[in-house]
Structures are given as structure tokens and as C-alpha cells.
Design a protein around this ligand. Sequence first.
Ligand SMILES: NC(=O)c1ccc[n+]([C@@H]2O[C@H](COP(=O)([O-])OP(=O)(O)OC[C@H]3O[C@@H](n4cnc5c(N)ncnc54)[C@H](OP(=O)(O)O)[C@@H]3O)[C@@H](O)[C@H]2O)c1
Length: 501
Amino acid sequence: MVKKIDPCTLVLFGASGNLSRVKLMPGLFRLDAAGRLPEHMAILSVGRGEVTREAWQADIKKMLDTKFKDGYDKAVFDRFIARNYYHANPPSDADAFRKMKATLSNEQVFPQNLAYFLSVRPTDFAPIVEQLSGAGLLDESQYWRRVLIEKPFGTNLPSAQALQASITKHLKESQIYRIDHYLGKSALQNIMLTRFANTMFEPLWNNQYIDHVQITNNEILGVGDRTEFYNNTGALRDMVQSHLLQTLALVAMEKPQDLSPESIRAEKIKLLQAIRPLPIKDLAKHAFRAQYSAGRVCVGDGHGENVAGYLDELAKEGVSASVTETYAALKLFIDNPRWQGVPFYVRTAKRMHEGNTAISIRFKKAPMQLVEGQHQNWLTLNIQPRECIKMEIESKIPGLDIATRTLSIDAPQRQTGDESIDSYESLLLNLMEGDPSLYLHISEVEAQWRLIDPIVKAWAEDQSAVHQYPAGSRDPEQSGIIFESTDQFWRYSIELGGDKH
Ligand SMILES: NC(=O)c1ccc[n+]([C@@H]2O[C@H](COP(=O)([O-])OP(=O)(O)OC[C@H]3O[C@@H](n4cnc5c(N)ncnc54)[C@H](OP(=O)(O)O)[C@@H]3O)[C@@H](O)[C@H]2O)c1
């Protein structure tokens, strides 16, 4: 259903940055091409440097040329480029936000409903909100005013709460859009639809039938040129605190009353708050960390490439030691009647043998073991690189004897002709529509930090050498220590068909 969008202005802070060049500008262009932007809609890019409108428009053309190598529609380009303006906001100018208000007051050019996208350093979120408020640019008495805050929202619970306290001096919760771009992925949204739009899954979706769940995000890439950022962050904070816990919430939450943002968020909050804190004294059996060492990874065309280890990469930057994890695996339990006793294994790693994001669910043993070697059923919801649903069931091998083998029912979710939407496109659209269902409520952010903070702290305090795994390998064998039973093992890509070890 296409929702109506009010005439509005998108004010983009950090428009010259990497995120804007690669995702936001191309995403807005594609929304325009799809006819999803309102006719009266302007984009005001705000940056520190003095740039003319013409130079800025030429820069946007460069961004689009880089992104859309096969070209794009000239008429759409003309319409899009005409929406774009630039405003210089030098930090040295105490009057900068008042001048921005004066620019925005031209109602013929800038519709007065204002959506601010803060694609800037996290330390700039609170000061920008404060200055927008000081200039009267958050006042909703006549028009709506929304602020999108990029990830991360804090680096732990106290800093998230401090940021919240600071911005809520000027904003109501309904004006705040905290992003987790994973939620913009259509495959992630499909988790909820798969669960609740089909009769066959929900009755089995509980501790009576499910043995355990694995939520995985593995990458072939290493930390690249982000060594400093990564070494201060680590896999737990970068991936688990946000994307993977949100995925878990969608997999495990109770059915929302309806699809309204309030109902969906209420169920996600309840679920996140029901995750049992990890026992820090017994952490080794619940959480495993490691770092990649030098090794050989698979590159795009199937060839191998020798790559350096994480500590070697840090050494090149002058960092002599680090216990920051590039591999993190947790065992989580959810204290509610549906999930009591079911382990949820959440893992993420860099420099693995394959890149894959998936939810794999193993069902309990069938009530009757009819034959030797009968496997348990698996259901996999694959998010990337291929969006698909795969079910593994046992079936008789044709012939005189009674023996079973595993059949794989594999359905691509994406079909020829389906739209390919980047997660930022749907999130930008939702921001303008005023639909926060794919954005995080502060209670979700808090519950996520509350769970992760004690593990981050315990790992930082333990300065003993971190386990090493060769780049390009699979999960370190030692990570199996967190499994609840000896017959559990890490599942890998569905592309490997039946490969279980
Ligand atoms: N890149 C991604 O894929 C990605 C993914 C997830 C989250 N994020 C988040 O999105 C935000 C933007 O990311 P990004 O990669 O686009 O960042 P970026 O390229 O480092 O910078 C964004 C903008 O911030 C301004 N800026 C940079 N350094 C500054 C400084 N020292 N003082 C004041 N302003 C400065 C620049 O704008 P002007 O010079 O024009 O003022 C720049 O265009 C961050 O909060 C990041 O955590 C990014």
C-alpha cells in the first residue's frame, strides 16, 4: 500500500560523507525514479564547507554516476537535481543555525515539514539537536519535525542514556527515529510475515518443538581501513548489540496485536527485556571470542588471497596489543513460557570462509526414531547473500529397505522482476511517511546495551591472549564450548547444501 507523504524538506547533515555518497543520495534518487517522493519535496544538504549549489549538484551527479554505472533516466535526473540545495554550516559560525533557519524559511522552495538526517559523527548528534532546537527548528506547532539518528546510539548503556537525556530536552519520542539499517532489509521484514502469515510455522515456534536457533552474520572481509574504529568497538558492539539482537527479537517475539509501529515495538521490547543476562562468573560457557590471524580468504572470482591477521594490521597502525574480538558467539536464553530452555546462539565474525547472514532453526528429534541416523529438521531463513527459505525434511530412500535421507526444500524469496530495494530506501521513505516501525524505540536500545555491556566489560578486563583463527577458516573448534549439548554444531551457508560441519 502506497502511503501519502506530506510535502517536506529532508535536511541532510553529513551529505558529503561516505554513507550519503554510497547509500543516501542514490537511495533518494531511486525513490524519486519510482515516483515515491512527493512532488513538493526538497533536499537541503548541510556541511561545514562553503560549496555553491552548482558545485554540489555536480558532486551529486558524480555520486549517481558512480552508483548507477549503466546510466539513469535523464528526466528523473533533472527532477531530482532540481530538488537539491546546499547550505554551509561552518562550526566556527555561532550564527550558522539561525542562518539555516533563514534559508529554510523560503516556503516556496522548502516545504516546512522537516526531516533531519544526522549522518555525522555520533559525538555531533546531541549538539546538532540542541542547536536546531535553539533556532526553533524542532517546533511542531504547525508542521512536523523529525530527527533521524544514525547508528550507534551510544557506546554503552550510560552513554545511550546520556544521549537520550540530552535530545529529549528538545524532542518528543515520536520525533526521534533511531536507525538500525538491518531493519530496512526486506528479508528481515519477511521473518515476521513468514511466522505470522503462515499457519504451518507458528504452532511449532516454541520450546516444545525447537531444539535451538542460530543467528549468524559472517563476513569474508576484515576490518579494512577502519582499524581504529573497530579496535575501539569490536564485534559485540558493532554487530551483536544492534543488528543481531534485533534479528533475534523478530524471530522470537510474540505475535503483535496488529502491524502498527506501536504493537510491533511493544512485542520487540518485551522480548529483548526477557533475555536472561549472561552469568559473568561462568561466561566462558556462554560467550566465546577470537581474532583472525593471517590466512587465505576467498575473493569474488573464487580465487584465494593471502591476508594479514588482525593483530598484524593493528601493529602497522602502531597498536601493539589488543583483546578486541573479531569473532563473537553468545548463547542466550529467553525467560518466557514460549522459549524457556531453548538456546539462541548468536554469532558474528570477520574473515570467515564465507559471507552469510542467516537464521537457522533446528527442530527437536521426531517422537519416533524409525531408522538409524535419522536427522532432525532444519528451517533456514537466509538473509544474504541469497534471500531464501530452506526446509530440510527426512524422506524415505526409494528401494527395498527402510532408510531415510534429508530432502531440502529451497525457495528463493526473490523472483525475477522483483524490486531490489536497499534498506536505506525503505527507511528514508518511512521517515518521510512518519512510520517508525522499522526504527528503534529507546527501550530497545537500552535493553540491548544492558545485555551486552557486562560482556564487553568482562572481555576488556581479561587481557589474556585471545584465541586466534586463521583468516578464511570456519568457526574455531573451541567456540563449541558454548553449545548446550554435544550434538549441536554450527550451521553454514545454505549454498553448501547439506554441509553441516
Ligand atoms: N558509512 C556507513 O556505511 C555507515 C554505516 C552505519 C552507520 N553509519 C553512521 O553514519 C554516520 C555517517 O557515516 P559516514 O561513514 O558517512 O561518515 P563520514 O564519511 O566520516 O562523515 C560524515 C560527515 O561528517 C562530517 N565530518 C567528518 N569529519 C568531521 C569532523 N572532524 N568534524 C565535523 N564534521 C565532520 C563531514 O561533513 P562536512 O565536512 O560536509 O561537514 C562528513 O561528510 C556515522 O554516525 C556512522 O557511524 C555509517
